[in-house]
Design a protein around this ligand. Structure first.
Ligand SMILES: Nc1ncnc2c1ncn2[C@@H]1O[C@H](COP(=O)(O)OP(=O)(O)O)[C@@H](O)[C@H]1O
Ligand SMILES: [Mg+2]
Length: 479
């Protein structure tokens, strides 16, 4: 290599280096300008302007001709502003680099090996920060799947992962607070005070959330065994009983009614403990629904029942372990017919019952067609999903992997109301507290503060012939 080539090579490197330095300064200045534009500087801006004026005044102490002073003052001021803006930008630039490094730790990449890039950090409040990320070729599901890694990388809780409105960016909301792992029912009783409402749980951004059943109108509770479905099912029923002065509740618990036995002492609650009683409940309520539709048509100009005005009770049907009632695994013919009947009636109720003041609350491990009819599923918009052990499970409950990505904390769930998915810690109630609360409700009925407008449906045992046939077939099937 001759001397001349070497010289031009060094010059090239020098220019490149200079370019990088200017580029870096330019980038910091860019962040600085954004900060100035965001109007968040207030007193700092005032201070900088004061310093600038003071500097210009100090220039006056030199001997100037007028154009010389003007030129010098302009250059001096521009340099000062550029320097300050760059300094202001450094802080933001460093925090962006830190966040980018943390994001890289989660190991997200597209097929070309390119990593998602943080382009903006927005401070939402004292606890929460929103990251705007460009992620070409990295799907939102990949972010959701890595929620655990992302949380450990950022050392913050992830409150929300979603696609931005313009579909170009992924938005991640980080939160410095953590959800508690236990919310005792006794702490929420004051907060659940609206009529026909129940508590959903403590959330990161909205505090304790409640829901009015009449606006829902039906609720599906899902999640693998041990997550907290039955506890939530019971706390929901309890809150509804406490907040609704005129309600009839029909609980279908084919595990001999053991889960909900505490409710059975109340005058406005009936428990169906076998398939026959369950069908009877569903059929009678379906008939009541039809009657209420005729009533609406003939006696009012309204499309929906208003319990107090129409003197008709709100009706709640609760089914824990839906797969026992609707499960298609049996080969027993009689049982198969009962399952079909139960499915058919529930489907009709899920479609039409809302306007008639009738609401369904159904809990199931797996919201799949083997456990519960797909048409019924479509009509249960309120979803509380506890931890799911598979993507598919979470997907069928919520349409995304959020319930799969939940931490292994009992009572932790994703609430889907409308288009929002909110992580909540659902309230916990012990058997003893439940019994005490139920005695409290009993007193409201004894003192006639709460009362039903109409008598409850009588549950008749199936006639002997039917029962014998059913029993014989079941024994044969099982044995
Ligand atoms: N909200 C909650 N907070 C704390 N622990 C809970 C909560 N819900 C349930 N648990 C615990 O988890 C156990 C299983 O809950 P359960 O409701 O029976 O689950 P599933 O019906 O989903 O199988 C309960 O016995 C209780 O100890
Ligand atoms: Mg259960």
């Amino acid at each position: 290599m001759n001397k001349k080539e070497n010289h031009s090579n060094n010059l090239g490197k020098f220019i490149l280096g200079l370019g990088i330095i200017f580029g870096l300064f330019g980038k910091m200045a860019f962040f600085g300008i954004k900060k100035v534009k965001s109007n968040k500087l207030n007193w700092r801006m005032g201070l900088l302007i004061a310093v600038l004026i003071a500097m210009n005044i100090s220039l006056l102490s030199f001997d100037w001709d007028s154009s010389g002073f003007l030129i010098c003052s302009v250059i001096y001021s521009l340099f000062f502003i550029a320097l300050q803006v760059t300094i202001l930008g450094i802080q933001d630039w460093i925090s962006l680099q830190k966040i980018q490094n943390n994001l890289n730790l989660a190991g997200l990449k597209n097929v070309l090996g390119l990593r998602p890039k943080v382009i903006r950090i927005i401070k939402l409040d004292e606890f929460r920060t929103k990251l705007i990320i460009t992620a070409k070729g990295v799907g939102i599901n990949q972010f959701s799947d890595k929620k655990g890694q992302l949380e450990s990388a950022f050392q913050e809780t992830i409150e929300l992962i979603k696609i931005s409105k313009c579909k170009k960016f992924v938005e991640i909301t980080l939160c410095k607070r953590e959800l508690p792992s236990m919310i005792p029912y006794s702490e929420i009783t004051q907060k659940v005070n609206k009529e026909s409402s129940f508590g959903l749980g403590e959330s990161l951004s909205g505090g304790f959330l409640t829901q009015d059943l009449t606006t829902l109108p039906h609720l599906l509770i899902g999640g693998t065994t041990g997550g907290g479905k039955s506890v939530f099912f019971k706390s929901t029923l309890l809150s509804l009983l406490k907040t609704t002065p005129h309600v009839q509740m029909y609980l279908i618990d084919l595990k001999k009614g053991l889960e909900v036995k505490e409710f059975g002492t109340l005058p406005n609650v009936k428990i169906a403990k076998n398939e026959h009683e369950a069908i009877q409940v569903l059929q009678s309520i379906k008939d009541e629904m039809d009657k209420r539709y005729i009533y609406l048509e003939e006696k009012t100009k309204r499309k929906t029942i208003i319990p107090k005005l129409d003197k008709k009770d709100l009706i709640v049907i609760g089914v824990d372990e839906a797969s026992v009632l609707y499960g298609k695994t049996t080969t027993n013919k009689t049982k198969k017919e009962l399952v079909e009947k139960a499915r058919e009636l529930t489907d009709e109720l899920s479609k039409l019952a809302r306007a008639a003041g009738i609401h369904l609350i159904i809990a199931t491990q797996k919201p799949i067609k083997d456990s519960i009819d797909t048409k019924t599923l479509e009509n249960l918009p309120g979803r509380m999903s506890f931890k799911m052990s598979t993507h598919a499970g979470s997907n069928s409950m919520l349409g995304n992997a959020k319930a799969y990505a939940l931490p292994d904390i009992k009572g932790r769930a994703i609430w889907k109301g409308g288009n929002k998915f909110i992580e909540v810690q659902t309230p916990y109630i012990s058997e003893k507290e439940l019994e005490e609360e139920i005695s409290g409700i009993q007193e409201l009925y004894d003192s006639k503060k709460f009362k039903n407008f109409e008598p409850l449906i009588e549950l008749k045992q199936p006639d002997n012939e039917n029962k014998k046939a059913f029993k014989a077939k079941t024994t044969k099937d099982n044995g």
